[in-house]
Design a protein around this ligand. Structure first.
Ligand code: GLU
Length: 308
């Protein structure tokens, strides 16, 4: 019997630590196109986990910027800063299975305890705090508040990315035990993201390829927490002319600045052309782009970005 195609639920998950820049718009536009072109839903989550970096006014601005661009979402936005209880519950489920342990290393010790840096700049923790005796833990507890790490198994996780195809990672070797709760009590992105994607019914995650190597960790956490796996599609990154990934410090690529120079359809047209959905960077609305979207057209290589 033929199965009816299941309509996806995609999501925007911006971190409101500043104004959106071209790189954010790129992933927001393409995740919206991917979900909406398949007749799916789109939900919005503000990833304001880090109280030191995120501000309420940036959250409001993110929503106005998405609307300005012509990108809409369904239902009420979710704020991660209000979801601590759900993360605590998930953390407890991991704790009950013996999958987390306290790590007392300071930042300097963490760096010393890490294998040489991986290509993405992250390092692999050697697991030294998992080997502490109860007496040693008790001693350290007197002077420091621990972070908590997930204890990963020797297991290779493979998934099929919507753009890049099969991607595998050996969790122990390539990633190592990773932090799920910081020493100040803030739950880490990796834990929060799987809890929220499941709670919001997200079935399709589209985001920059800088997060490709986070996906095996998230798949593993989903199994440990008995949550479903969404599909994942990672996007090539937009690079500055010097070959760096576009970041908030590239002020001229920030939306506030861009809005002074371009209309929303002009910007969307430029992004659509970079994504190879159009031959020329002509003004177009996200809605008009829907019939042009296909994963097959997207480039896999990172793109040096300059506006015409
Ligand atoms: N909040 C992250 C960002 O703005 C995205 C996280 C995700 O898509 O999983 O880069």
């Amino acid at each position: 019997m033929e199965q009816a195609a299941i309509k996806p639920t995609g999501r925007f998950a911006p971190s409101p630590s500043g104004r959106m820049h071209m790189g954010n718009l790129w992933s927001c536009l393409l995740s919206w196109l991917s979900a909406r072109s398949a007749g799916g839903r789109m939900v919005l989550r503000l990833e304001d986990l880090d109280p030191d970096r995120c501000r309420k006014e940036y959250c409001d601005q993110v929503m106005r910027d998405l609307e300005w661009l012509g990108l809409d979402w369904d239902g009420e936005p979710v704020w991660q800063s209000k979801r601590t209880e759900a993360y605590a519950q998930a953390f407890h489920v991991l704790e009950e299975q013996g999958l987390v342990y306290p790590c007392y290393c300071t930042r300097a010790e963490r760096l010393a305890a890490s294998a040489p840096h991986r290509s993405d700049g992250l390092s692999v923790y050697d697991g030294r705090c998992s080997r502490l005796t109860a007496a040693e833990r008790e001693e350290l507890e007197k002077t420091r508040r621990p972070a908590w790490r997930a204890s990963v198994p020797e297991e290779t996780i493979t998934f099929c990315d919507l753009l890049y195809g099969n991607y595998s990672e050996d969790l122990k070797k390539d990633c190592g035990d990773f932090i799920v709760r910081r020493s100040d009590g803030v739950y880490a992105y990796q834990l929060a993201v799987v809890v929220d994607d499941a709670m919001m019914g997200v079935t399709q995650v589209v985001r920059g390829s800088d997060l490709l190597s986070s996906t095996p960790r998230q798949l593993w956490l989903q199994d440990a927490l008995d949550l479903p796996h969404p599909d994942y599609g990672h996007l090539p990154l937009l690079l500055s002319p010097e070959g760096r990934r576009l970041a908030k410090r590239d002020r001229d690529q920030e939306l506030g600045e861009l809005q002074r120079r371009y209309t929303a359809p002009e910007l969307v047209g430029q992004l659509a052309c970079a994504a190879r959905l159009m031959d020329r960077p002509e003004p177009i609305t996200p809605q008009e782009l829907l019939p042009h979207f296909s994963w097959d057209k997207l480039p896999k290589e990172d793109l040096v970005w300059s506006l015409n």
